[in-house]
Design a protein around this ligand. Structure first.
Ligand SMILES: [Fe+2]
Length: 344
């Protein structure tokens, strides 16, 4: 094929993309009110408890193929524990472990957790704990939870919001650019959208993904200067009507709704943000769009274009910028600044 556009020729010389990470596997949320948090995810959002052990409960959405995608662990303060990513193969897991170890971000190999095999644990540059694994226990529903649909892992619970699956999470980071470079360079995530202020000099947020889901990991600037903190964890429902119904259900159960239902401009996500009883921000999410292009050009929003962060609906409140878990303003102690090498 003859290519006359120099820009196209330049793109054709870009390095081969990494495809070693398949998807977000499991997120561990820490909660100082484990019983109430369990009630929120099980009874209000309609997730199913797959296992309980020690201070932890393992939950799943009815559409999750893995046995568990959310681990709730009792802790002194709210926040995020281990974020687990599934590799595309055993070889991909070994490759990523070697690369992360070489970057001096590694913690070491683990024996895995309920539902998943051995994994390589590490820190991102902000100090969040992550793990990559390959072996995954697929969910086999007991008779009472078996779906009449052969291609659905569990029958629709019909309880509460009825979330289908885990979708993504957003992490706070003091240096968004360093963490974005880490996720792109070492995990192979594709950058989808960014918010850049001050003529591109200040990176406020980057939305990234290892697959066609618009974003599975977002880094958003930690305005408090903390480390290792969570902005929100997001669960998927099939359509906007489900999000509206979720708002009714949350309100009926006395759950604080921080924002929404409304529509973001970046990601086009239709959102509803609440705080689970332990204090972590949880999003009920639908809409958005898929990205198939291997040569996707990231969309960048500046101050004027970003606006309030909404496309329509009520503006996001100031707490959306200020609040994260652990809650520094309430005296919760975040992680110490990580003693990590300067990345890139
Ligand atoms: Fe989100």
């Amino acid at each position: 094929m003859y290519v006359s556009d120099p820009a196209v020729v330049c793109l054709s010389m870009a390095p081969e993309p990494l495809h070693d990470i398949a998807h977000l596997g499991s997120v561990e949320l820490l909660t100082p009110r484990p019983d109430r948090s369990l009630w929120y995810f099980r009874d209000v959002l309609g997730m199913t408890v797959a296992h309980e052990a020690g201070d932890s409960a393992y939950l799943r959405g009815y559409g999750d193929y893995a046995v568990s995608t959310l681990k709730l662990t009792a802790a002194r303060t709210a926040g995020v524990g281990c974020i687990a990513w599934r590799a595309t193969s055993p070889e991909a897991l070994e490759r990523r472990a070697r690369a992360i170890e070489a970057a001096e971000l590694g913690i070491g190999w683990t024996n895995g957790d309920f539902g998943r095999g051995r994994g390589y644990r590490f820190h991102d540059p902000d100090g969040h704990t992550m793990e990559i694994y390959y072996e995954e226990q697929k969910y086999r529903a007991p008779a009472e939870l078996r779906s009449s649909l052969k291609n659905q892992p569990q029958k629709y619970a019909g309880r509460g919001v009825g979330v289908r699956r885990s979708d993504h999470l957003a992490l706070l980071a003091s240096d968004v650019a360093a963490n974005r470079r880490f996720a792109a360079g070492l995990l192979g995530f594709q950058l989808r959208e960014q918010v850049m202020f001050d003529q591109g000099k200040t990176e406020l947020g980057s939305w990234m993904s290892p697959n066609a889901v618009h974003h599975q990991l977002a880094y958003v600037r930690d305005v408090k200067g903390g480390h290792g903190r969570l902005h929100h964890f997001s669960l998927w429902v099939d359509n906007r009507e489900d999000v509206l119904r979720a708002a009714d259900i949350l309100a009926e159960n006395g759950i604080f709704i921080e924002a929404g239902p409304a529509k973001h401009n970046n990601s086009q996500g239709f959102y509803l943000y609440s705080y689970e009883p332990g204090g972590n921000r949880v999003e009920i999410y639908s809409g958005s769009y898929l990205v198939m292009a291997p040569d996707w050009e990231p969309v960048t929003w500046d101050e004027r274009e970003r606006g309030s962060g909404t496309y329509w609906g009520g503006a996001l409140p100031e707490s959306f910028i200020q609040y994260g878990t652990p809650d520094i303003a309430a005296g919760d102690t975040p992680l110490d600044p990580p003693k990590l090498p300067v990345f890139f």
